[in-house]
Write a protein that binds this ligand. Structure first.
Ligand code: BES
Ligand code: ZN
Ligand code: ZN
Length: 487
């Protein structure tokens, strides 16, 4: 992280600053500057972010929008923060003051700092020399000026952003430099620093556990699969039974023998985004020392073609003994997730949430503007997830879990098929997963928002870390709801 946040008493007038106000004039500008802005604003009534020309100094005024929905208003502050990041990158200034008028709540200022930090992310490991220098975000100290500003709140924010970027880094890593093993090692190294118990099961253990789904997908790979277990158990957890997080860790999805054609294979290094998200959430929860017992399960492999690769039409036997007719090797995510879900049963979980770039259908349905989610036996938790999603602006679009969709998954030669026979692909995928659960279950299909082709406000092009802020907020809210975890 190149940005350090510090509370401060007042704006240092000779340095760069951004001032968040409800209305003009800003007390930190001269009369002429205020008049200049008032004029600009008249011509662009929708515009909220204004840069004021001053020699060698970045001066910005940000207006809190008149939007009445508080979550949308907070989001506008994050977006203004991302505009500020663009300006700071240009000015290459070392110190910047971030201040708000007395009538602007601290949350608006932190949202701005959050947007700024999220927007300052760069994926640099493969740039050299001048190219790296040009792209790198400058080192900045942000002095946050507000009566409520305190180091603890700012550190918390920094942590959440850091782990969002940890997930982005994992997603952006290309498949040549990362396989299931090194992916697990990267996660284990970070988890160790945080006192998270980590176990990486290798191919032998996975075979002993008869995880037929994970092994089948792995057959086309030159690298063995891994099954990583992370456990964060604080001294006084709010929950008696663990919350289990499961993440799809497909290092690269070629589609397997049902090879992806045309441009459909582009960006498939992002097929490990669910796993990256769940690992990052676990780490953030541990770093924030939230009182919640979490177990995270990460099945990982790539999905490739090879002489021995899984063929369409094969019948495989899963960890729980269910037989699956693999009608399409490109529907591999559900195979590795199903094994993790049936493994979760023996943990007697309070709630299981999985995150996966599972279906193109989810992406086609809502684009990259939100997360497709479904639940079984987890009504109340889903409602809290939706609230949390609106708060952090990783919004939830709930799809139905009607059992009629199960008909599409019927197979003549096995207990179930891995391919739906009609429309509603995001739902049939979720119905497939639900067969392997006996606990309250929420499925998050992040295929749309996890990896984007073009920067969108504070979400960079490439891996976005979607689900990290969502689930940290959800878990924070969850532990404050005794009705949800005292069961
Ligand atoms: N990883 C893909 C889903 C995906 C598509 C993620 C686009 C991100 C962007 C998944 O494994 C897949 O290939 N799903 C198939 C399922 C189909 C064969 C039932 C799909 O959605 O086309
Ligand atoms: Zn696939
Ligand atoms: Zn996939």
């Amino acid at each position: 992280m190149k940005i350090t946040l510090k509370p401060a008493q007042k704006i240092h007038a000779n340095l760069s600053f951004a001032h968040l106000v409800k209305d003009l004039p800003s007390s930190h500008l001269s009369e002429e500057e205020n008049a200049f802005l008032a004029n600009l604003q008249k011509r662009n009534p929708e515009q909220l972010f204004f840069a004021v020309p001053r020699l060698g100094q970045l001066v910005a005024v940000i207006l809190v929008s008149k939007e009445t929905d508080p979550d949308v208003r907070t989001e506008e502050c994050r977006r203004a923060g991302s505009k500020l990041a663009d300006q700071l990158a240009e000015y290459r200034t070392g110190d910047c003051y971030l201040a708000a008028g007395d009538d602007v709540p601290f949350e608006h200022l932190t949202a701005m700092a959050e947007g700024l930090m999220l927007a300052s992310y760069r994926f640099l490991p493969y740039l050299t020399g001048k190219n790296a220098e040009k792209q790198a975000f400058p080192e900045i100290t942000l002095h946050v000026v507000h009566p409520d500003a305190n180091q603890q709140a700012l550190d918390k924010l920094t942590l959440i952003v850091r782990y969002t970027c940890f997930a982005r880094d994992l997603v952006n890593e290309p498949p040549f430099t990362m396989n299931a093993g090194s992916f697990a090692e990267r996660i284990a190294a970070e988890a160790a620093r945080l006192g998270i118990r980590t176990e990486i099961l290798g191919k032998n253990r996975i075979e002993t556990l008869k995880m037929g789904g994970l092994l089948a997908v792995n057959r086309g790979s030159v690298d063995p699969p891994t099954f990583t277990i992370l456990e964060y158990l604080p001294d006084n957890p709010a929950n008696d039974r663990p919350v289990v997080l499961v993440g799809k860790g497909v290092i690269f999805d070629t589609g397997g023998m049902n090879l992806k054609t045309g441009s459909f294979m582009d960006g498939m290094k992002s097929d490990k985004a669910g796993a990256a998200t769940m690992a990052a959430v676990t780490m953030a929860v541990a770093a924030l020392q939230l009182p919640v017992h979490i177990v995270t399960l990460i099945p990982a492999t790539d999905n490739r073609v090879d002489g021995n690769a899984l063929l369409p039409g094969e019948v495989i036997t899963m960890h729980d003994g269910t037989t699956v007719e693999v009608k399409n090797t490109d529907a591999e995510g559900r195979l590795i997730l199903a094994d993790a879900l049936s493994y979760a049963k023996k943990l007697k979980p309070l709630l299981v949430i999985d995150a996966a770039t599972l279906t193109g259908a989810a992406m086609r349905a809502i684009g990259h503007y939100g997360v497709v989610a479904m639940e079984e036996k987890a009504r109340e938790a889903m409602s809290l997830l939706k609230t949390s999603g609106s708060e952090v602006y990783e919004r939830i679009a709930e799809f139905p879990m009607w059992k009629e969709y199960d008909e599409q998954l019927r197979s003549d030669i096995a207990d179930v098929s891995n391919l739906g026979s009609g429309n509603g692909g995001a739902i049939t995928a979720a119905r497939f997963l639900a067969r392997f659960t006996d606990f309250p279950f929420i499925h998050l299909d992040i295929a749309g928002p996890a990896f984007i082709e073009k920067k969108e406000h504070y979400a960079p092009k490439g891996g976005t870390g979607t689900g990290v802020r969502l689930l940290i907020r959800f878990i924070s809210n969850f532990i404050q709801h005794p009705s949800l975890h005292k069961q």
